[in-house]
Design a protein around this ligand. Sequence first.
Ligand SMILES: [Zn+2]
Ligand SMILES: [Zn+2]
Length: 239
Amino acid sequence: MPLFAYFLLWFGVVASGASVFFFSGIKARVLKLLLAFSGAYLFALCVLHLIPEVYSSHSKTVGIYILIGFFLQVALEIFSEGIEHGHIHVHRRHLHAFPLALMIGLCVHSFLEGMPLVQHFSDEKTRNSLLAGIILHHIPVAIALMSMLLDSGIRKGSALFYLILFACMAPLGATASNLISENNVSNLSSYFNNIMALVIGIFLHISTTILFESSEEHRFNYYKLITILFGAGLALISL
Ligand SMILES: [Zn+2]
Ligand SMILES: [Zn+2]
């Protein structure tokens, strides 16, 4: 993976998180549409690109790893309180405590997501789509994280530090995969296939949750529908 991709992965999080400093109230409606878009894109990415890729190996462990990823994300959200969906479920405005568990859950999530990025894909477009999916879905997450950190009463400098820490996780995951692949030549394809399946499980969980949560009381919303179609369409045209 080119160095520039590592940078994009990092910069996407830092830039969107730091935007909270400049635009104090990013319109909730815009943020919701962005969320619906990223959820739809992530879901379509799984179905159109990633799932066919891992199943083409005909390995029996693929399905098991997808399930492990799915339930791992369920477990991670006990810690992260679902900030991976790009919103804050628990309002801790008056708590004034650093949300350590949330930070750990989010960092593990992000680290895992970075791991399959450096593998050899049968189609280079799949890597770019995966990269775009991670960057896109981390934009609302970074905004939610930053807003929450500032609300928790810690200093701006510390908040920025934790944002940068989160930003480093996906590139670090990719780097870890590179190190593993250098030292484990024998079973490389099955390693990458399993880690990709794990991340698919994570994606399936968060994308469906995002889409589910983005519809308020199941009311019909044209803007949201169009946004979702665009999100899925973007994954489709890159097929
Ligand atoms: Zn949620
Ligand atoms: Zn993520």
